[in-house]
Design a binder for this molecule. Structure first.
Ligand code: HEC
Ligand code: HEC
Length: 385
């Protein structure tokens, strides 16, 4: 994607707010972490307490599921039913139009790429590739994150360069290596040329002087994405179901909290709420400048939005460049580069089990592939150039 977009002062301010929040969080962790980290062997060897297997740890924990639940609720909050936006009310007509547009390949130059090409709704919102393929099989430089739960994030893209899902949706249609439309006007002309869109836009934007517009296209797609939230067994546990998580998953949740993953992966999306350096403790090898490209600030070199971990077991490969294939390796990378702690195999295993409890349910009716309205006489032909 072209990363030449804006760097709003307000977002820089937000970033600083966020950084101080993280420092506070880190300080809290350090101050209260001593006894919790007793099973983290400092020399990489098995420590005495580590001898306990996750199941046994959880059996001990099992006595206190409600304490763990209260702790987790304070850290993660509650997944809402939809991600509201005061500037873009979510209405059934808008969501319905957004769903159709999400699957609309005629919004691409060669009529062969839609949002669903790279964010497959029936594959947890990703394409499973390290980096995606768009117009003329061109390959981008970043991994396609999932669209599920993305509307909850502080901002969109790995570097946060779009404020929200509505702003984000305007990007890919015009991106030369994604959908490659020459201009906003060209995209609007396509929508106007397809007779079936007029009534859909009129229903979605009642009373609008010109219902079919580039902004309204993005607003409809945004409203649709705001419904793409995926409640999971973890949420069932948070809302009181003691049997929603296995003992090992509970032990993993406990580890996820106590080793410090929550310093960054917190809130209802289990991430998505702040920006952090990849390689905060130990420099991580990547060419990608991250947010520095947006803000121009040296301090933002290799700073990325902390990703949401919802559905993480299904959305590999991982990181902004899709360079990490499996979760086991991913958790170890995080422990080494983000936390600077040795991590035991049994802890990794338990954390992965917990991460599995974040795989959520999708409303199949909401994401069903729609019947696209037929082209009209003026609909431009596909352009493979
Ligand atoms: C050719 C593949 C491709 C197509 C087509 C595509 N995307 Fe993406 N999408 C990506 C990639 C790659 C990124 C990450 C780019 C970055 O961060 O710089 C991304 C990022 C996003 C994000 C940000 C998620 C997050 O966690 O920050 C959202 C939301 C999204 N796309 C929605 C859409 C929508 C809606 C469409 C259709 C209008 C679309 N995408 C079309 C590849 C694609
Ligand atoms: C200091 C902040 C921080 C801490 C602590 C942290 N992470 Fe991360 N995590 C990040 C950032 C930033 C990324 C994205 C980096 C990138 O893609 O370049 C990330 C990425 C990930 C990913 C890949 C997500 C994806 O969609 O590709 C997983 C999985 C993950 N972290 C799990 C964990 C676990 C488990 C822990 C605790 C052992 C942890 N993280 C601790 C900041 C952190």
């Amino acid at each position: 994607m072209s990363r030449s977009e804006e760097s709003h002062d307000s977002r820089i301010a937000m970033r600083w707010g966020v950084f101080s929040a993280v420092s506070i969080m880190m300080a809290l962790l350090v101050s209260c972490g001593a006894e919790e980290r007793s099973d983290v062997a400092t020399d990489g060897s098995e420590s005495a307490t580590e001898a306990a297997e996750p199941e046994t740890q959880a059996a001990a924990l099992g006595l206190d599921r409600s304490a763990l639940r209260e702790r987790a609720k304070a850290i993660f909050g509650t997944l809402p039913a939809e991600a509201a936006n005061p500037n873009n009310a979510i209405t059934p007509a808008k969501v319905e139009l957004g769903r159709v547009l999400y699957y609309e390949p005629r919004l691409s130059k060669n009529h062969d790429v839609s949002c669903n090409t790279c964010h497959l709704l029936d594959r947890h919102g990703v394409d499973g590739k390290p980096t995606s393929t768009g117009h003329r099989e061109q390959v981008g430089g970043r991994n396609a994150p999932t669209v599920y739960n993305a509307a909850l994030h502080i901002a969109q893209f790995w570097d946060g360069r779009a404020a929200d899902v509505e702003e984000q949706a305007k990007g890919p249609v015009l991106n030369p290596i994604e959908m490659a439309m020459p201009s906003e006007a060209a995209a609007v002309a396509v929508l106007e040329s397809i007779p079936g869109y007029a009534p859909l836009f009129e229903a979605a934007f009642p009373g609008a002087e010109k219902p079919i517009s580039y902004d309204n296209m993005a607003n409809a797609i945004g409203a649709f994405e705001r419904k793409l939230l995926t409640p999971s067994p973890f949420d069932a546990f948070l809302s009181g179901d003691d049997d929603a998580l296995s003992d090992e998953q509970l032990a993993g949740l406990d580890r996820f909290i106590s080793v410090g993953c929550i310093a960054c992966h917190q809130g209802p999306a289990i991430g998505g709420g702040l920006y952090q350096k990849l390689g905060v403790i130990k420099p991580y090898p990547t060419e990608d400048p991250g947010r520095k490209e947006i803000t121009g600030d040296e301090a933002d070199l290799r700073v990325f939005k902390v990703p949401s971990l919802r559905n993480i077991a299904k959305t590999g490969p991982y990181l902004h460049d899709g360079s990490i294939q499996d979760l086991d390796q991913m958790v170890r990378v995080m422990a080494e580069y983000q936390l600077g702690i040795p991590i035991e195999d049994s802890q990794v295993k338990a954390i992965i089990a917990f991460l599995g409890s974040l795989t959520g349910e999708v409303d199949q009716e909401l994401i069903a592939m729609p019947e696209l309205p037929p082209s009209g006489p003026n609909t431009p032909a596909p352009d493979p150039s």
